[in-house]
Design a protein around this ligand. Structure first.
Ligand SMILES: [Mg+2]
Length: 273
């Protein structure tokens, strides 16, 4: 294959990564599944204002247009939020809420919760609402497969802690089967749990087991990097610890990877046609 962006002219890509990209480009079927924030889009203060770097966006649209090549986004955002900022054509698969929500096509959206799950969550929420509304500053946030009770704006650490204790006790008494997750000033109740690894498995299975490129910058991306197999390519964006075999510094360097993959995949498609 005569792909020729020589590595010495490509300071963002180390030679091992460039070679891995060129190998992946020759896969018979290819899934390019990518985290969005911090991977394609630089982090910004207003989540609604996040956009993929123009170079990354253009490379992804070009890859999407190639045969046997699927581009997908895998994010912690809700599907709705991911669709709004992603800037991808409607037929691009989206995985939202860390694997809980999957939209394979506009007419094939896998909901995060079954009707039975949704009913359990609704009943527990009804039960907890009086406790939460009795504490000024506390509020409930609906989530795809559950809800969260927030105490960040509650005055006094004791009042916040006793509300958390009270809702936990009420939930345990009413429906002990729900997943309970504690965070900073928040406790979350959910009927289902999932990771980006689960979302990536669904995509891979639906697409007939293509070779996969996955890239991400956050701790939750490690779940997806962890389900990659021989012949896939995992890339960590940034300096944090990772199970990925390769690493780039930032979204700008990630855009270079995608440009190289686009060029190599075009070349590969042209020679096998
Ligand atoms: Mg990210």
């Amino acid at each position: 294959m005569a792909v020729d962006p020589a590595s010495e002219n490509d300071p963002d890509l180390d030679p091992a990564l460039a070679a891995a990209v060129d190998r992946l480009a020759a896969a018979p079927a290819l899934l390019i599944a990518l985290d969005f924030d911090g991977t394609l889009a630089p982090e910004v203060d207003d989540p609604a204002a996040a956009r993929a770097l123009p170079a990354a966006h253009a490379a992804l649209l070009a890859l999407h247009a190639l045969p046997a090549t699927t581009v997908a986004l895998v994010s912690g955002r809700s599907l709705e939020s991911l669709a709004a900022v992603g800037g991808m054509p409607d037929e691009v698969p989206l995985v939202g809420s860390h694997g809980l929500e999957v939209r394979l096509r506009p007419d094939d959206v896998r909901p995060a919760a079954t009707p039975q799950d949704a009913e359990r969550v609704r009943l527990l929420r009804l039960r907890l609402e009086p406790l939460v509304s009795a504490v000024p500053g506390a509020w409930i946030e609906q989530k795809p497969a559950g809800f969260a009770v927030h105490t960040r704006r509650v005055e006094g650490a004791e009042a916040a802690a006793s509300l958390i204790d009270a809702v936990r006790a009420e939930a345990a008494a009413h429906d002990a089967g729900l997943t309970v997750r504690d965070g900073k000033n928040v406790v979350e109740f959910a009927a289902r749990d999932a990771t980006k690894g689960d979302g990536l498995r669904v995509l891979r299975a639906e697409l007939g087991s293509p070779a996969v490129l996955f890239a991400g910058d956050d701790v939750t991306d490690e779940d997806a990097l962890g389900v990659l197999v021989e012949g896939d390519l995992g890339i960590k964006v940034g300096a944090a610890p990772t199970v990925a075999a390769h690493r780039v510094a930032d979204p700008r360097a990630m855009a270079r990877v995608l440009e190289r993959l686009r060029d190599a995949r075009r070349e590969s498609a042209a020679t096998t046609r």
